[in-house]
Design a protein around this ligand. Structure first.
Ligand code: ASP
Length: 309
């Protein structure tokens, strides 16, 4: 039997010492543990990697601590616009959604786009129409409200600045969430979900819903979910770049992930991290920031739940 494994992240970013209380840290770790365990149980019971990554991301989306689903950051109009994507490394099927509001679990909508439509990427009003046709309930804005995110927004509203949730200097809250998994059959998958950046406008979309930039899976190489400064991750085609280094330069998962996060993306000014698995169940979780909320669990017995380096 193949080694099976799962890794998740809750965003990478700058930490300011003293802002993280031990109580808050415990809360983060508790949610990370429950998400990693839920995904792991799917794999343990012989479920698919795609089911495992969706399950884990739903739990992270349902927590107000992360910038995805409940607790998503505020746009310049004081609304929430969420992005998500999912990819199946066995079939290369993918689904992605952008600029949606009122959807409790954007990752599940991206999966429905993958499975129930002829398309890969739906955005805005059309995506909302597709969600309603498929029976999604539209939540009130109050469901997504988080006092901390609102404060972040109040500080920069009416200015031209955008704030990457993960780059905030004043606190330790990161945001975007993701999961990658390898199942017993050696099939891999990746999922990513985000509220994007605080005070964003003009229909700004980051890397998270873009297949190849913030999310990618191919059994031949790796499954990747990214977090960080989206504009740079798009230009660096980060997730696909890791896969390319493995395929064409025969790098290992660890080498390729490190090359992209600690060299290539840094060279163009990007900060952040990624989580990665390959079809043998190996895991890599590099980041070039001070911390990245992350967890991993593998059938070879390795378990890790960490925030800092
Ligand atoms: N990459 C996300 C974006 O640019 C943000 C994040 O990872 O925190 O939308």
């Amino acid at each position: 039997m193949n080694t099976f494994s799962i890794a998740i992240h809750g965003g990478a970013g700058t930490l300011v010492k003293g802002m993280m209380t031990s109580e808050l840290e415990a809360q983060y770790k508790m949610v990370l543990k429950s998400a990693i365990n839920a995904g792991y149980v799917v794999l343990e019971n012989g479920g698919t990697s795609i089911d495992a990554v969706e399950k884990a991301v739903v739990i992270l989306e349902d927590s107000h601590l992360f910038n995805a689903g409940k607790g998503a950051v505020f746009t310049a109009d004081e609304t929430h616009e969420m992005d998500a994507s999912i990819m199946d490394g066995k079939t290369l099927n993918a689904g992605a959604v952008s600029l949606i509001s009122g959807i409790k679990n954007p990752v599940s909508l991206s999966r429905d786009i993958m499975e129930k439509s002829e398309h890969v990427f739906l955005a805005g009003q059309g995506a909302m129409q597709f969600a309603k046709m498929n029976g999604y309930k539209i939540e009130e804005d109050s469901y997504f409200y988080d006092e901390f995110r609102h404060k972040q927004w109040l500080e920069i509203k009416d200015t031209d600045s955008f704030q990457l949730d993960h780059a905030t200097k004043k606190d330790s809250k990161f945001g975007t969430v993701g999961a990658v998994a390898c199942d017993k059959d050696g099939n891999i998958a990746a999922a990513t979900s985000t509220g994007g950046m605080t005070n964003k406008k003009f229909g700004r979309v980051g890397d998270s819903p873009m297949i190849g930039a913030g999310n990618y899976a191919n059994n031949k190489t790796c499954a990747i979910s990214c977090t960080g400064s989206g504009e740079f991750f798009i230009r660096g085609v980060v997730a696909y770049d890791v896969a390319c280094l493995m395929e064409h330069k025969e790098m290992s998962l660890e080498e390729a992930s490190n090359e992209v996060i600690n060299k290539r993306i840094l060279e163009i000014g990007g900060d952040g991290g990624l989580i990665a698995v390959d079809a043998k169940g190996n895991i890599a979780m590099p980041f070039n920031t001070e911390g990245m909320y992350r967890a991993s669990k593998s059938s070879n017995g390795e378990v890790d739940v960490s925030i800092y380096k």
